[in-house]
Design a protein around this ligand. Structure first.
Ligand code: TPP
Ligand code: MG
Length: 307
């Protein structure tokens, strides 16, 4: 396999391991700020990073750790930010939920659902006025699309011919509620269609398919001066059981934020939790022994980095 592809696989595994390191410290009560881990979101973050051009920019949400980490390629600065240290990524001013990094083209991140969309729209309009040939990539959740700013932003991006990608990370949950318990199904392809916007659906976490498809729609967005709506189906790994009178045995709640108590430091192949895990399709490309070697090597590197 060519080295470029191996590097992509390494980035995905590294992202998982780095988040497990964060989780281990989080479980000990180390951090002063709430963190929303994104275990299960690794492939999309790596694919977006791979597809981005130099002048592209990212606009993120409360769940941003995967994009921030992949852009840095190191854990130390982000960890220090979670400790609110002055040598953290944002000198301890932003913590986790608002963590941006303009040096790496993460221009704005907001903990207020839907808030990054209009800010991204303004940035895209400024790009047009200044003749900057870049694509604005706005990440949002399937819960946050209920904010009015979601639809208004799509309309604005389309109306003003702005090269952009609105990326919905669809984990079928909004906080502790399943999306299908709180609202009728929204068909994203029809929604995009109604505005004449191209729509792309991604699922099952194949890293090279994701990278190629995002690269292609990015090029289309730039050439056509148009937004593209991308829906990526994924599972945010982790869960807990909520006890109540109605559910004496506990009701299944998917992981939302905070430490993930049931996720422990593990080695490959125990790292892979299910076939919905982005690490699962990596078996199609490398042998188990090769994946174990990569995982062990990256784990050692991380330990050294933050020791
Ligand atoms: C305007 C606003 N309303 C409510 C909240 C509280 N809140 C934080 S995350 C969240 C659920 C978000 O779900 P989704 O957008 O699907 O993202 P996910 O956490 O599933 O990745 C809610 C309701 C908020 N941060 N901002
Ligand atoms: Mg969600």
């Amino acid at each position: 396999m060519e080295q470029k592809k191996i590097d992509i696989i390494k980035k995905i595994i590294w992202l998982r391991l780095a988040q497990i390191f964060v989780n281990q410290r989080y479980k000990k009560g180390d951090f002063l700020v709430p963190i929303h881990l994104a275990m299960g979101h690794e492939t999309i973050a790596v694919a977006v990073d791979e597809a981005m051009g130099k002048q592209d920019s990212l606009f993120l949400t409360h769940r941003n750790i995967h994009y921030n980490l992949v852009k840095m390629g190191t854990l130390k600065e982000e960890l220090d930010e979670y400790y609110l240290k002055s040598d953290g990524l944002a000198q301890g001013h932003l913590g986790s939920m608002n963590l941006s990094n303009p040096d790496k083209n993460i221009n704005y991140t907001s903990s207020i659902l839907g808030n990054n969309l209009p800010v991204g729209c303004g940035f895209a309009l400024a790009n047009k006025v200044k003749n900057i040939n870049g694509v604005v990539i706005i990440v949002t959740g399937d819960g946050a699309i209920e904010e009015g700013s979601f639809y208004e932003s799509l309309l604005f991006l389309k109306s003003n011919n702005l090269p952009s990608i609105v990326l919905v990370e669809n984990n079928e949950w909004s906080l502790a509620t399943r999306i299908n318990e709180r609202r009728a199904n929204i068909d994203f392809s029809k929604l995009a269609n109604s505005l004449g916007i191209e729509y792309l659906s991604l699922q099952e976490n194949d890293p090279f398919e994701y990278k190629d498809k995002i690269s292609l729609i990015r090029a289309n967005a730039l050439e056509m001066n148009s937004p593209v709506l991308v829906e990526v189906k994924l599972t945010t790994l982790g869960y807990w059981y909520m006890q109540s009178e109605e559910h004496p045995g506990g009701k299944f709640i998917n992981y939302h934020g905070g430490p993930a108590p049931e996720v422990d430091e593990k080695e490959y192949p125990q790292l892979v939790s299910s076939n919905e895990d982005p690490l699962f399709p990596l078996n199609n490309y490398l042998s188990e022994d090769e994946l174990i070697d990569i995982s062990n090597e990256l784990s050692e590197q991380l330990k050294e980095e933050i020791s």
